[in-house]
Every structure is written in structure tokens, then in C-alpha cells.
Ligand binder design. Structure first.
Ligand SMILES: [Zn+2]
Length: 209
């Protein structure tokens, strides 16, 4: 992808790439050998904050080649200072204009957070707990609503809703957790959108305003 494209054009390219991927038409030639030009050129067209889940390999999912995507992966696609710093780095240094927060169905990190709510005895290491704690705010309300009626909670539905809420929270944290990013968004220089990858179908659904 060219670095001359607008955020909307890059977004359209990612959607088209995912359609090729879903249709099993993904190109493979551009991931065979790194072109020498990449030594001197690092101009990613999009920044992706995704989950570490092995089922969501970002370049494959969007049918993009080496050098096209600046990818940050962390369990639960949570936003901590290092993730914000990484986005700031790419947006400022490379002029990348699009950020996609990519959650996915059957996310283990979100499920772990819900399990901790359902079972307060659940123990996670402090490091894993720090990830769960970042997911918790987006799950807490949904869990309270689901349990308020006293009926059995549909856990699958709660997990699905929580995954989308967690993506939304990460988008909001990137938009408002950094003056640099907030100014770029307000100036129209940066587009930050959420999306969810369906592990069963390979389809990426974008959440656009
Ligand atoms: Zn996940």
C-alpha cells in the first residue's frame, strides 16, 4: 500500500484484503522474501492494535504484505501506556493515518475477565491480572445487567457483548488517553476505528461511527 493514501482509502484496502482472505483468494507472493527496499523504507499504511491470540494473524487477515502494517499485539487488545506510545510513535514518525483496534470472537482474555467476575476466587498472576483489570470496566456493567434479573446468564452472549465493549473502550482510550493522538484525531489527521474478527468465518466487521 502507498503512504499517499488517506485513512478512508487505507480502511477500504483493509476491507478488500479481508474479503480476499475470507474468499481464500489471499495473495502470497509479497510475503515470500523481504524486498531490499524495506531496509530503508518503513511506511506502514495502518496501525493495528490486536489481540495476541494465535488465531488472528493480522497481516494474513487483511491480506497485507511485509511493511504494510504496524502491529501491536497484546492479550485482550488492551490499552496501557506502552500501547499508546507505540501508536504515537507510528502516527508521528511514519505519518500513518489509520488505527484499527482489532478484537475477535472467543477472546480468552475477555473470557478470563468475565470468569473473574463470576468467580471472585479466581486467581491470576499479578501480571495477567493487570490485563484483566484493564478489560474489567467494559465488562462490569454488562455483567451487572446480565445478572440483575436473577435468571441464568447467557455466557456466550455476555462474552460477545463484552468483546465489542472492550474494543470500544480501547478505541476511546486511544482517542482520549493521549494529547498527541487526540489532537491528530481532532485535526482530521488520524482515524481510529474498532473492528472484530470472527474466528469462525475469518470476516472482520468494522465498527464505524
Ligand atoms: Zn483475544
Amino acid at each position: 500500500m502507498s503512504d499517499k493514501l488517506t485513512a478512508k482509502q487505507v480502511l477500504a484496502a483493509l476491507k478488500a484484503g479481508n474479503e480476499r482472505y475470507v474468499a481464500s483468494l489471499a495473495s502470497t507472493e509479497h510475503v515470500s522474501i523481504p524486498p531490499p527496499a524495506l531496509v530503508h523504507e518503513h511506511k506502514p499504511s495502518a496501525i493495528i492494535l490486536g489481540c495476541s491470540d494465535a488465531r488472528v494473524p493480522v497481516e494474513l487477515v487483511f491480506d497485507q504484505g511485509l511493511g504494510d502494517l504496524f502491529v501491536i499485539r497484546v492479550a485482550g487488545n488492551v490499552v496501557a501506556p506502552s500501547q499508546i506510545g507505540s501508536v504515537e510513535f507510528a502516527a508521528e514518525k511514519f505519518g500513518t493515518r489509520l488505527v484499527v483496534v482489532l478484537g475477535h470472537s472467543h477472546c480468552g482474555a475477555v473470557t478470563a475477565c468475565i470468569e473473574a467476575l463470576v468467580n471472585p476466587e479466581q486467581y491470576y498472576s499479578p501480571n495477567l491480572q493487570s490485563i484483566v483489570d484493564r478489560i474489567r470496566p467494559s465488562v462490569l456493567n454488562l455483567h451487572e445487567i446480565a445478572t440483575a434479573s436473577g435468571d441464568d446468564v447467557d455466557m456466550d452472549e455476555l462474552i460477545d457483548r463484552s468483546i465489542r465493549a472492550n474494543v470500544g473502550m480501547s478505541v476511546s482510550q486511544l482517542k482520549h488517553g493521549s494529547r498527541i493522538l487526540e489532537d491528530m484525531v481532532n485535526a482530521g489527521d488520524l482515524l481510529i476505528v474498532g473492528a472484530e474478527y470472527d474466528v469462525a468465518t475469518g470476516k472482520v466487521n468494522f465498527f464505524e461511527d
